[in-house]
Design a protein around this ligand. Structure first.
Ligand code: 13P
Length: 287
């Protein structure tokens, strides 16, 4: 099944596909193992830095190999590519979904580039995601309040979202309604479900993504999915599980130099996070 077919199925059945960021082979292995255990389709994704570190071709090849080995659908998403060249690299490498993030650009320039991405990606049958209002935060662990971070940006105006979708021809719209990237010590991340409802009403045929999937209370994520979100992006909680576990195993095994021999707990920590998200998103057993 194509990315679009999976998104349509998720939309009709009111569940969401998790889009999990990968910055190394260990994380990827753990995500795939979690999806296989839960019999869930997944999206793996790479941000600009992760794509550069791993190599776009490598990410696609690894996804295809793991998909075959584990017998689960693995779609590949280019996450927050900020220029046309990056999108072209993703399209050429065989990514299934392309997210062009022009939210830091003036609207007309964002749209102009997005239209080119849509043309190139649709010619290959790929799915395109656009972002109009910059989603605040970054995929790290922050001291402070998520709500304060969210207030630095401008929440999505539903009517403007309609125009943006009509003008660009995108398949997926990334909305900003309280979701921020990262985990915040204030533990006060809060979605404005009213705005989400208004967005759904304006663009009922467009797939909706929820960025900043780390740190949002599970019940709020589930509410968003019931209202129409079909793709939830998760990075920070994975990074956090990996790093915390890495520090622990290194402290416990100062004599070991063959890292793969002590990395099992790292994979298990990431796997646990991903399995939990899959349950929350309702994609378990969908394969
Ligand atoms: P988090 O880091 O908050 O999970 O967000 C990830 C994301 O939205 C990637 O696009």
């Amino acid at each position: 099944m194509t990315a679009k077919e999976w998104l349509e199925k998720a939309k009709n059945e009111k569940w969401a596909i998790g889009a999990f960021n990968v910055g190394n082979l260990e994380t990827l292995k753990a995500i795939v193992q979690a999806a296989a255990n839960k019999k869930s389709p997944i999206i793996i994704e790479s941000s600009s830095g992760e794509t550069e570190w791993m190599g776009a071709d490598n990410i696609v090849s690894l996804a295809r190999n793991f998909s075959q080995d584990f017998g689960i659908p693995i779609l590949v998403n280019l996450d927050h590519a900020e220029n046309l060249e990056e999108c072209e690299i993703g399209i050429l490498a065989g990514y299934d979904l392309i997210h062009f993030d022009g939210s830091k650009l003036p609207l007309d320039l964002n749209l102009a580039i997005l239209k080119q991405v849509v043309e190139k990606a649709h010619a290959k049958g790929l799915t395109v995601e656009g972002e109009m209002d910059h989603i605040q935060g970054s995929s790290e662990v922050h001291e402070g309040s998520a709500e304060e971070e969210a207030s630095k940006g401008k929440f999505t105006n539903p009517e403007a979202a309609k125009k943006f979708v009509e003008n660009s021809g995108i398949d997926i719209f990334a909305s900003f309604f309280g979701n921020v990237h990262g985990v915040f010590s204030g533990r006060d991340e809060n979605l404005d479900i009213d705005i989400l409802d208004q967005i759904v009403a304006q663009i009922p045929l467009t797939y909706l993504s929820l960025h900043g999937g780390s740190g949002i209370p599970d019940d709020q994520v589930q509410q968003a999915i019931q209202r129409g979100v079909v793709k939830v992006n998760v990075n920070t909680e994975i990074r956090q599980a990996f790093k915390d576990s890495l520090e622990k195993v290194l402290a416990e095994h100062p004599e070991e130099y063959a890292m793969y021999k002590i990395e099992k707990p790292l994979l298990e920590a990431v796997q646990k996070i991903v399995e939990h998200k899959i349950e929350v998103f309702g994609s378990s057993g969908k394969v």
